[in-house]
Design a protein around this ligand. Structure first.
Ligand SMILES: [Cu+2]
Length: 134
């Protein structure tokens, strides 16, 4: 049974509200196409929230999945307006729909992929760098 992704944030124990106008927020858009993510590599800086929008521009359903969804060091909330469905270990996004996530993550390399059958080549990398020292 699928659950609406808006419950995912609740399941992750997140109660932090993100101000969309917060200048510290990094925004990244990734297109899920048939059959690749564009861009395949995204860079962000640790210590600042990352607002990630994944838009399904294809004609197939796609998923956003990866270890970061269950990494205890990663804090994540799904925007309640997201039109996506949490499945067992990935978030399914139907054609023309989008998923919005806000993430707080330590520096590192985070791989993500689409795990829809036959979409094995759909992979991407989120590179989170140390914040610049001032
Ligand atoms: Cu896919």
């Amino acid at each position: 049974m699928n659950r609406r992704v808006k419950r995912f944030g609740w399941l992750a124990g997140m109660a932090i509200l993100v101000n969309a106008c917060d200048p510290d927020v990094q925004t990244v858009r990734i297109a899920a196409q048939d059959f690749r993510f564009d861009p395949v590599e995204v860079r962000a800086i640790a210590g600042r929230p990352l607002r990630l929008t994944i838009v399904n521009e294809g004609r197939e359903p796609h998923e956003f999945a990866g270890p970061l969804l269950v990494d205890p060091r990663v804090r994540l909330i799904a925007d309640p307006s997201s039109d996506a469905v949490l499945r067992q270990d990935g978030i399914r996004i139907l054609p023309g729909r989008s998923l919005q996530l806000t993430l707080w993550m330590p520096p590192g390399t985070y791989l993500f992929h689409c795990q829809v059958r036959g979409h094995k080549g759909m992979t991407g990398t989120l590179l989170v760098d140390e914040p610049p020292s001032s």
